[in-house]
Design a protein around this ligand. Structure first.
Ligand code: DGY
Length: 320
């Protein structure tokens, strides 16, 4: 009997899913919408592998529903805050994610947000679309320069470094704060969080969401930033206290923000008030959304499943 692997979506970019189906018995959540916990639990019994997205909650109840056959949970995402790691460890389940393959694409989008927020691209484009470009005024659509500015990277892993490389082309000075990557290198100088917040014109977040990083940027940190600074986040919504950010942009404590991630995702029709803020650029979590990167993420997740099920070590297990 073929080994059963549950996937939380029936369609995924690239050819990974068909490759998975060649060697295993793939069972997929058939709906178009995101499955609820009961939907997945009903399909889980007897599964040896689970392929999930970073937005699918993978909790102890789902692992229990799968039963003792479950050996590997492969996320097609870099972030892993959706998985109950302790429950997986207790059951001896290997959990994997997809670092590496999405770093450059996410860094591209980070730079798009930096440019869009500081140069007010969303507000300018919306004004043109509304017919508001009636005359050329010297003071319209004024933003802040990106070239020559200081970039502060909170988190200096693969994505942070990829953003630092792009910043060289803009003649930016780069500093970073990362207790796990505290050394200076040719791209960036390591500083305390306090120094970074005080000196950076752009503060860009590249840390995973953990108990340690939840609301890392809150009222106090925003107040420590320059009034001309921009906060950018392509990591996880929970790293920023959104209520504090909303208050800070409204009060001019910081200049602007560029966000791809939120405390509540997806938003549906119930929009966060940040979406309507003129100095905040908001995107619907598209950091890794290119054809080739999303296909590579699925491919790596599938490789991880096939390797573990074949008795080999996973290629990209979660960091310890
Ligand atoms: C990631 O890979 O973590 C992206 O945010 C998509 O979940």
């Amino acid at each position: 009997m073929a080994i059963r692997v549950l996937t939380t979506r029936k369609e995924l970019p690239g050819s990974g899913l068909s490759r998975l189906a060649e060697g295993t018995d793939v069972v997929s959540w058939p709906g178009a919408a995101k499955p609820g916990p009961d939907d997945l639990a009903a399909l889980a019994p007897g599964s040896a592998g689970l392929l999930a997205l970073g937005s699918d909650p993978v909790d102890a109840a789902l692992m229990a529903a799968a039963g003792p056959s479950l050996r590997v949970i492969a996320l097609a995402s870099m972030g892993f805050d959706n998985v109950d790691r302790a429950a997986a460890a207790e059951r001896g389940i290997v959990v994997t994610h997809t670092p590496g393959v999405l770093a450059e694409t996410t860094a591209d989008l980070t730079f798009a947000l930096i440019l869009a927020a500081r140069r007010r691209l969303g507000a300018a484009a919306a004004s043109l679309e509304r017919g508001g470009w009636d005359v050329f005024r010297m003071h319209d659509y004024l933003g802040l320069d990106v070239h020559g500015a200081t970039l502060g990277l909170v988190g200096y892993g693969q994505i942070g470094r990829a953003v630092a490389r792009r910043a060289q082309g803009f003649g930016m000075r780069v500093v970073h704060h990362d207790p796990y990557a505290a050394a200076d290198d040719s791209l960036s100088t390591s500083v305390s969080l306090e120094t970074l917040l005080a000196e950076a014109d752009v503060v860009s977040l590249h840390v995973p969401l953990t108990a340690e990083t939840r609301h890392l940027i809150s009222r106090r940190e925003l107040a420590a930033m320059k009034p001309t600074a921009t906060l950018v986040s392509t990591s996880r919504g929970g790293v920023v206290d959104e209520e504090a950010l909303l208050g800070a942009v409204r009060a001019g404590v910081v200049h602007s923000a560029g966000l791809d991630v939120y405390e509540r995702e997806p938003m549906g029709a119930e929009l966060s008030p940040l979406v309507d803020e003129p100095y905040v650029v908001t995107l619907p979590h598209i950091g890794s959304a290119t054809d080739s990167t999303r296909a590579a993420m699925v491919d790596l997740a599938v490789d991880n499943i096939l390797d573990v099920l074949a008795g080999h070590p996973a290629r990209t297990p979660l960091p310890g």
